[in-house]
Design a protein around this ligand. Structure first.
Ligand code: BG6
Length: 513
């Protein structure tokens, strides 16, 4: 989606590779919710701007809100304008919202479904959509299964007419391993797996996809991408936002469930996976599952040493005083829910045996930053020790995911001058400087791929379950009261001290963010 300005060859490749998706109606359940407004509609607008939506396209919203179609069109046009800033193309927004239709109903009432059928017939006749429907479940998770059952019962998932039908399911997919397994099993009773597109929006991020390209389109990194050369790996997903209006959901979820089995497990899988035999969805997914399956379960007695959980108290974030977690709306004033978690994990296979993987994520940290740090082993001999130079620091490779989108290799260099002194210097690749990237939400590629039927960037049932398997022993230990204390950390800090202590035990340190 990004436009490369510096390399005409790549621009030509992009233009050649991209063609509009085929005709379809996209039905968004929960179109009046936050996800649709903030991300899905702006993503559809971006696709339309790049000519990647078919001219034969209709958007159908289905939600409880009692508003008129006209009002919804107006509201969504406004949110797209807001998201895209001053450069937005009003003509494209008009085109998009003029293709929007609305069914106002709860998800159970028969009349709502009758109206949906009628709208689909109407848009089919008007737009010639070849009978292709993409359903997007942008709803609370309790509606996922009832909606898919209902879609099946209404014969809306039947592909026997030669058209396609696909269902995109948002997270959270279950709230633990058992519920994720049960949800998968129940879904598969009514729909074939290849119609299901389970989303992890991290896979829509260019910098996340680039982990694959960086590792497997270059010959120089793969030979050293293993236990012989790598000391440890750090994965940080730091957020400066708090729980915002989601206190009710979050207080029953916590940072571990909210972020680790999906987004952090995804970053771990891409960083640690073996080269796939091909770039097919199956080959890619097979290798990612293998990584997660190689993570040995954390034993209950390890839960104190290898897991830190924290909760923010009030503090200053970006020069603004913010409330502590327990003071947030809809949060229990005595809540024990963690808003921060740090873990020490392993990947027990030939490539990674003995290499610790440290992961941390938290809300209300001092800034937003997602990065994967590959910390190499030290040079075998400190050759310059007699010159008075400081001992060299180990090399690191930092994959900046967001908001800094960059890749940086840090190595030691000579300080100019007659005395031999060394210092750490950086080689930087910066997406923003190299590519001119327009505003994008990360959902563009995912929606486009779903319309093309490419599942490479979606999660298979076993990937979701493998993600939950990684954290299930911790959930069990916590439920049995075997986790350590809940550490409080001030909003605007780098997280609880216990996370620093955890990594220091091995003589290592978190990379500041
Ligand atoms: C969501 C979590 O899946 O990811 C949120 O539910 C979190 O709590 C969000 O804030 C982070 O996404 P991003 O793209 O901002 O890193």
């Amino acid at each position: 989606m990004a436009t490369l300005v510096e390399n005409p060859l790549v621009r030509e490749i992009q233009t050649r590779a991209l063609k509009p998706a085929g005709p379809c109606a996209m039905v968004i359940f929960g179109i009046t919710g936050d996800l649709s407004k903030r991300l899905l509609l702006p993503a559809l607008y971006n696709l339309a701007t790049h000519g990647l939506l078919s001219e034969h396209f209709a958007l159908v919203g289905f939600a409880l809100s009692d508003i008129t179609e006209e009002k919804l069109r107006e509201t969504l046009a406004g949110t797209i304008r807001e998201a895209c800033g001053s450069e937005c193309n009003l003509e494209t927004i008009r085109w998009l919202v003029s293709h929007l239709h609305y069914v106002s109903s709860d998800f159970e009432t028969a009349s709502g479904w009758q109206k949906l059928h009628a709208v689909l017939d109407q848009v089919e006749a008007a737009e010639d959509l070849a009978g292709n429907y993409l359903f997007y479940l942008a709803t609370a998770p309790e509606f996922f299964l009832p909606l898919v059952r209902r879609l099946a019962a209404e014969k809306l998932l039947d592909e026997s007419g030669g058209h396609w039908r696909r269902v995109i399911i948002e997270k959270p997919f279950g709230h633990d391993l058992a519920s994720a397994r049960a949800l998968n099993a129940e879904l598969l009773k009514v729909v074939q797996d290849d119609l299901l597109y389970r989303i992890d929006h991290y896979l829509g991020k260019e910098t996340v996809q680039n982990i694959l390209v960086f590792r497997f389109a270059n010959g120089i990194f793969e030979p050293i991408w293993n236990r012989r050369y790598i000391d440890h790996i750090q994965i940080t997903v730091a957020e400066s936002v708090g729980v915002e209006r989601r206190g009710r959901y979050y207080d029953h979820t916590g940072a571990l469930r909210d972020m680790v089995p999906n987004h952090l497990a995804q970053l771990l899988a891409l960083t640690a996976m073996e080269p796939p035999a091909s770039f097919s969805a199956t080959a890619l997914q097979n290798e990612q599952v293998k990584v997660l399956e190689a993570v040995p379960p954390i034993r209950p007695e390890e839960c104190v040493a290898c897991v830190v959980r924290g909760q923010y108290t009030e503090g200053m974030v970006s020069e603004t005083m913010v409330a502590g977690y327990r003071e947030e709306p809809f949060v229990d004033p005595n809540s024990q829910t963690e808003t921060y978690v740090a873990l020490k994990m392993a990947v027990d296979n030939w490539r990674w045996a003995g290499v610790p993987f440290f992961m941390r994520t938290g809300k209300r940290l001092h800034k937003r930053n997602t990065q994967v740090v590959v910390q190499f082993r030290n040079a075998p001999l400190s050759l310059f020790r007699r010159t008075g130079a400081l001992p060299p620091r180990p090399n690191s490779l930092v994959l900046g995911i967001q908001p800094d989108e960059n890749i940086c290799l840090e190595f030691e260099g000579k300080v100019p001058g007659p005395v031999l002194e060394t210092t750490t210097v950086r080689m930087d690749f910066d997406y923003g400087r190299h590519f001119r990237v327009e505003h994008r939400t990360g959902y563009e590629t995912l929606l486009y791929d779903a319309m093309l039927g490419d599942r490479s960037l979606f999660k298979r049932a076993d990937m979701i379950e493998a993600g939950w398997s990684v954290i299930q022993p911790i959930l069990d230990a916590w439920a049995a009261g075997r986790g350590g204390e809940l550490d409080r950390y001030g909003a605007g800090s780098e997280g609880p001290q216990a996370a620093e202590d955890m990594i220091h035990t091995g003589g290592r340190a978190w990379r500041p963010f």
